[in-house]
Design a protein around this ligand. Structure first.
Ligand code: ADP
Length: 140
């Protein structure tokens, strides 16, 4: 399996509860390397652009408002099969369905306020990483 990079976001429900370190430990324990990271405050418009594939979904407005409700930590995770591995560590979208030990099982508050985002494919990972980071910020 090839070395990949994926875009991860620690969402406002988690930064608010001071869970950045605990979530990062889950990534590192799974063999994912945090090769870039910054804490930022998104506007609703910036969150809306990031999630524009969901624009037609009924929860889109609520999702954009939530993502702009407090700071987020955006990060690039690197490792063997990092995209799938990160989604495994995150757990299912709805914490009620998330496997024991996953980030969402342990920390998520609801299907919407579910603590983390992770890219779902190589193409989306490339676009999402470029949305938040310049090449100069990716030092490996
Ligand atoms: P994932 O983040 O697991 O890839 P999706 O791409 O389906 O999940 O959804 C993107 C985000 O939209 C979710 O992480 C969650 O924050 C929000 N979301 C998804 N489904 C719902 C829902 N039914 N109600 C409210 N928010 C939702």
């Amino acid at each position: 399996m090839a070395t990949e990079r994926t875009l991860s976001i620690i969402k406002p429900d988690a930064t608010k509860r001071n869970l950045t370190g605990k979530i990062n430990a889950k990534f590192e324990d799974a063999g994912l390397r945090i090769v870039a990271q910054k804490r930022i405050q998104l506007t609703e418009a910036q969150a809306g652009k990031f999630y524009e594939v969901h624009a037609e979904r009924p929860f889109y407005g609520e999702l954009c408002e939530f993502m702009a409700s407090g700071p987020v930590v955006v990060q690039v995770l690197e490792g063997e099969g990092a995209i799938a591995k990160n989604r495994e560590v995150m757990g299912a979208t709805n914490p009620a369905d998330a496997a024991a030990g996953t980030i969402r099982a342990e920390f998520a508050e609801s299907v919407g306020e579910n603590s983390v985002h992770g890219s779902d494919a190589p193409e989306t990972a490339a676009v999402e990483i470029a949305y938040f980071f310049s090449g100069l910020e990716l030092v490996g």
